[in-house]
Design a protein around this ligand. Sequence first.
Ligand code: MN
Length: 327
Amino acid sequence: MLALASVARVLKIFFHDACFDGTTSAALFAAFYRDVIDRHVDVQAIGMVHKDGDPFDGMSLDADDHACVDFRFCADPKMRWWFDHHPTAFQPPALRSVFEAQHQATWFFDPEAPSCAGLIARSLQAGWDWTPPAHLVEAVTWADTIDAARFPSAEAAIALAVPAQRLAAWLAHGRTPIDTARYVDWLSRGSLAEVAARPEVAAQLAAVETERAREVDDVKKLGVWAGQVIVFDRFADVGARSPGFLGYLLFPEAQYAVTGTRTTQNIKISVGVNPWSDKPRLHDIGELCARHGGGGHAVVGGVTLRGDELPRAQATLAAIVQELADG
Ligand SMILES: [Mn+2]
């Protein structure tokens, strides 16, 4: 047990944006903080995206306390709490020696954990004897399933039948940073079903379902083969989404999928191994993406560049496809 004497007024939680596990992790930590550290804490949830260079550059650690969940290690001593399970958490790799030398009791890293939310739940139970409320236990179980793609089939993975999967699809696209910060607060206090039923969210979830049908047609037309890699280049279509698991449903022979998407702010290259392919995986995707300025896990990763770096993004996508296609 740690002695936690200081009372925090404002807690900033930096979390992996647009991600079911990232938001569940943030909601879980917010609930813990209210239960154990400061009942009246004002939580500010801030979505983080992986980018080339230091993603914390320009993020001010000016609150009373700071936490980072499901996202890269930040060596600033003001980042008192840290939980991550991404093998590429230490960038540059020299940061790993800071982590290892300091051994903070409030830093947790387990690259084997299927979800960061699961890692947080286990760590807070062991260290602070805190048991999450039932609604968050349910969300953690879903984070383990979704983040590790533990679905029996691509059909099951893209299903929108239950609130967790509808919310995961909505988080992946279609919401604003403010929506997401409010979502984290709601989930810290209520169940996935309750959050999905909120009027602010329900209408957007319905829109996600409507767009799914159109998305199936678009993605079918979009896929281009490069060896065993299916490539979805959506750079020309600003705001278009990554097909995610839908890509594997429509192109089940693919061993890897590489997608390029673009908003006005960011350009993203997403790379994944088909979880339902029985062919052996020859590449570590997180390591491959890290070499291009991104990161991720062994089976899924990405590179995020600035919105004005299209030529570099096109070259990066081509290089990644080439490397995967060469086997
Ligand atoms: Mn995660």
